[in-house]
Design a protein around this ligand. Structure first.
Ligand code: HPA
Ligand code: ZN
Length: 331
C-alpha cells in the first residue's frame, strides 16, 4: 500500500491536539486584523508560523493566542480546527482546552468560553460527523499556583464534555509533583489524567509523571525508549502514549519518521496512538501523519485501524460515545 491513497479516508481517533495550536495561521491573521493587533512578527513570508525552536514556539503560540479574546472567537476557532480534522478523516478528537487563554482562569468566564466551544462542537458533530471532547490543560511554565486555578475550572465543569485534565507547556520547568494538588483535585472531580512528558525530558520525566501524578496516559512519552526497563513497565501497566511523530520530527527530537521510535514502542507492547499536537505549527495533519508512517514503516490499513481502536479504548469519554465511534471504525 505504498503511496497510501486510501489512508486519508480511514476513520481516525485523535487524543492529543491543542485547540489553539490547531488554529490555521490565516484564521489568526484574520482575528488580528479585526482587532487591530500587530502580530506580524510571528509569521514567515509564506504566511506560516515562524519559530526557531520549541521554546520560541511556546512564545509564538502565546502571541497567536492574544488574538483569541472572546467566546465567539473560540466558537469560530473550534469550527475551523474541527473542519481541518474532519477533512483528514478524524471522527473523534480529544482536545486540550486551556482556561489560561479563555478568560484567564476565571471560572465564570471559563464557563462562557466552554459554552461557545460546545456550541461549535455540536454543530461540527451534526455537519461534519466529528465528535469533540475536552481535556482541560494547565500550563507548566505558568507555575503551580495558576495550575491550581485551572484545576478548579476543570473540576467545576467536569462531565460528559470535559472528560480529563492534563499539563502542557515547558517540560523543563519544575517537576510533576509540583502539580500534585491540581491533579488530585481533578481526579476527585472524576476527571481522567494525562501529562506531557518524555518529549524534552528523558525517561525519568515519564517515570515521574506516572508515579507522582498517577496519570494513565502520557503526552508524547517517546523518550521512554531510552530506558528499556521503563518501556517494559509502561507496556505492563498499559499506560497509553499520545505519540505525535510529525511534531517530534519538526521540533528536531528525531531527524525523520524512519528514526522515530513509535514502531519500536509498538513492537515492544506499548499502547501507542497517533496525533498531531499543533498541526499548522508543525506543518502536519492526521492524513499526513498516516502517509508518513505508511512510508516509513509500511504500516497498512489494518495496523492503522488497530491503533485507532487502541486510541478509542484509551479515550476519556463515556461508554455510549465510545460505542458510537466504534461503529464508525468498523464501517
Ligand atoms: N507541547 C507542549 N506544550 C504545548 C504544546 C506542545 O506541543 N502546544 C501547546 N502547548
Ligand atoms: Zn502537546
Amino acid at each position: 500500500m505504498k503511496g497510501g491513497g486510501g489512508l486519508k479516508n480511514l476513520p481516525k481517533v485523535e487524543l492529543h491536539l491543542h485547540l489553539e495550536g490547531g488554529a490555521p495561521p490565516a484564521f489568526i491573521r484574520g482575528l488580528a486584523r479585526e482587532k487591530k493587533l500587530d502580530i506580524s512578527g510571528i509569521f514567515s513570508e509564506d504566511g506560516s508560523y515562524a519559530y526557531r525552536d520549541f521554546w520560541h514556539f511556546l512564545k509564538v503560540y502565546e502571541a497567536a493566542c492574544t488574538t483569541l479574546q472572546t467566546p465567539e472567537d473560540f466558537r469560530r476557532l473550534t469550527l475551523a480546527v474541527l473542519e481541518e480534522s474532519a477533512a483528514s478523516g478524524v471522527v473523534y478528537s480529544e482536545t486540550f482546552l486551556s482556561p489560561d487563554f479563555c478568560g484567564g482562569r476565571d471560572i465564570g468566564a471559563w464557563k462562557e468560553y466552554l459554552l461557545a466551544i460546545r456550541e461549535a462542537a455540536d454543530e461540527a458533530e451534526r455537519t461534519m460527523g466529528i465528535t469533540l471532547r475536552g481535556v482541560v490543560t494547565c500550563i507548566r511554565h505558568f507555575g503551580p499556583e495558576k495550575a491550581r486555578e485551572t484545576a478548579l475550572c476543570a473540576a467545576e465543569t467536569a462531565g460528559d464534555f470535559i472528560t480529563g485534565f492534563g499539563i502542557a507547556g515547558d517540560e523543563k520547568v519544575g517537576a510533576p509533583k509540583d502539580y500534585l494538588w491540581s491533579f488530585d483535585s481533578a481526579r476527585e472531580a472524576g476527571l481522567r489524567l494525562t501529562a506531557h512528558a518524555g518529549e524534552w525530558g528523558g525517561p525519568q520525566s515519564v517515570r515521574d509523571a506516572i508515579r507522582d501524578l498517577g496519570v494513565e496516559r502520557i503526552g508524547h512519552g517517546v523518550r521512554a525508549i531510552e530506558d528499556l526497563a521503563l518501556v517494559d513497565e509502561i507496556a505492563e501497566r498499559g499506560t497509553v502514549l499520545e505519540v505525535c511523530p510529525g511534531s517530534n520530527v519538526t521540533l528536531g527530537i528525531y531527524p525523520d519518521f524512519r528514526r522515530h521510535p513509535i514502531a519500536e514502542l509498538d513492537r515492544r507492547g506499548v499502547k501507542v496512538t497517533v496525533s498531531t499536537d499543533d498541526p499548522p505549527f508543525f506543518h502536519t495533519t492526521m492524513a499526513r501523519e498516516y502517509e508518513e508512517l505508511n512510508r516509513a514503516f509500511d504500516w497498512d490499513e489494518g495496523q492503522f485501524l488497530r491503533l485507532a481502536r487502541q486510541a478509542l479504548d484509551a479515550a476519556f469519554c463515556d461508554a455510549d460515545t465510545k460505542a458510537k465511534i466504534a461503529k464508525k471504525l468498523e464501517a
